[in-house]
Ligand binder design. Structure first.
Ligand code: NAD
Length: 359
């Protein structure tokens, strides 16, 4: 028998998904978890949404901390941990994108307090036990079940304010989780189902949202897709695409979601010959035969950046980034060599259409 079998772990996460949930569900969820003093954390731009959640919590809100920053710098984490302790918090609610949820996770890691999340982008961090912390310019990540939010409140109304460019890049960031989970060494039948349906929902919703960003049904469809893709991220080991994006973000300072958007079609074109099952699932999801080409076309036609050059990478960085990726690669369906990574990055640097071998 050639089938290697699989293992799949279900974690105890409660998901509430409905328009308007941010205004009503947080106190119910806090009550279920037995929490009475929650610190609400957000970034400065997410303050008004976080105030809505804080108001909904009423007496169960122990304070509002607005200090979340991209990639969770250590000093901002330290201040937030102090504030949680000073407020006598018995739980944390993170409101916002991956940066706010990332801060909530590090508070949970340090204090062991339970975390709830109210996401407002498609980053998927709320569905994973992965934390990240940036110290002296280096981002460290780790896994710990204590940082996995116990309860996640998805409210499509919160995403109505996402500008179209961020809608597109955040959605492709989510698609990247689906893509890499399909060919991950620890993928499983349930992950494949979620990845395929998540990719379908996101790619169907995106063209509608580019025309009508206020379409609540399409917002709901995209957020549903992001939930599934985030679950795939939390359940599997990511590959070459995520390694490249971590190096480009961590060492070269490129922006998170935009970098994912530019790189994904090229890595998928590279990996496709070694991942026929993943390609078949994505073909069904996107209704396209040339999946890397379709992804490239979809994001670009909706105004997303197409090249790493546009994102500020210099030509001389391509080789250094490739060496760094190949030095400590993540698990990947095709072996990772510096020369091949250089070819992938070179194509992404220029932004030309990905050349997809027939699978
Ligand atoms: P983000 O949280 O920094 O948000 C991007 C920008 O969008 C911010 O300026 C934010 O204020 C704004 N924003 C958020 N929601 C909005 C809304 N509804 N309307 C208008 N503006 C809104 O970025 P992100 O892409 O959500 O997350 C990226 C971060 O999350 C990175 O640090 C990444 O490493 C991390 N991440 C972690 C995991 C994990 O599992 N640990 C998974 C995915 C991403």
């Amino acid at each position: 028998m050639n089938d290697p079998g699989f293992s799949y772990e279900t974690r105890p996460v409660r998901v509430v998904f409905r328009p308007g949930a941010a205004r009503t569900a947080p106190p119910e969820e806090a009550d279920r978890l037995g929490l009475r003093r929650l610190l609400v954390v957000c970034g400065s731009r997410g303050e008004s949404t976080a105030r809505t959640v804080a108001r909904a919590l009423g007496d169960a809100c122990a304070g509002l901390h607005t200090g979340a920053r991209m990639h969770v710098p250590a000093d901002t984490a330290e201040r937030a941990v102090e504030e949680a302790r000073a407020a006598g918090a018995d739980g944390i609610v993170a409101v916002g994108g991956g940066s706010a949820i990332g801060l909530g996770k590090v508070i949970a890691l340090r204090t062991r307090l339970p975390l709830m999340a109210v996401p407002s982008t498609y980053s998927g961090s709320e569905m994973t036990p992965v934390w990240g912390l940036t110290e002296h310019g280096v981002k460290r990540t780790g896994r710990d079940p204590v940082v996995q939010p116990r309860s996640v409140v998805y409210d499509p109304e919160l995403t109505l304010s996402l500008p179209v460019p961020l809608t597109v890049t955040s959605a492709v960031n989510a698609l990247a989780h689906a893509v890499e989970s399909l060919y991950a060494p620890d993928t499983s039948p349930l992950v494949s189902l979620m990845a395929e349906d998540g990719a379908r929902a996101l790619t169907e919703a995106l063209p509608v949202l580019a025309k009508r960003p206020g379409d609540l049904d399409a917002r709901g469809r995209a957020l549903y897709g992001a939930w599934l893709c985030g679950t795939c991220l939390g359940s599997t080991t990511m590959g070459l695409h995520h390694k490249i994006c971590h190096v480009l973000g961590g060492t070269f300072g490129l922006p998170h979601a935009e970098t994912h958007t530019v790189v994904l079609p090229y890595v998928l074109a590279h990996n496709a010959p070694a991942a026929p099952g993943a390609v078949a699932a994505l073909r069904r999801a996107l209704g396209a035969r040339d999946v890397p080409g379709a992804l490239w076309e979809l994001a670009g036609s909706l105004g997303a950046p197409r090249s790493l050059a546009e994102l500020g990478l210099r030509p001389s960085d391509v080789g250094a980034a490739a060496d760094q990726v190949a030095a400590q690669p993540y698990a990947n369906p095709r072996p990772v060599t510096a020369d091949e990574v250089r070819a992938v990055l070179g194509a992404a640097y220029e932004g030309r259409p990905p050349s997809t071998p027939e699978v």
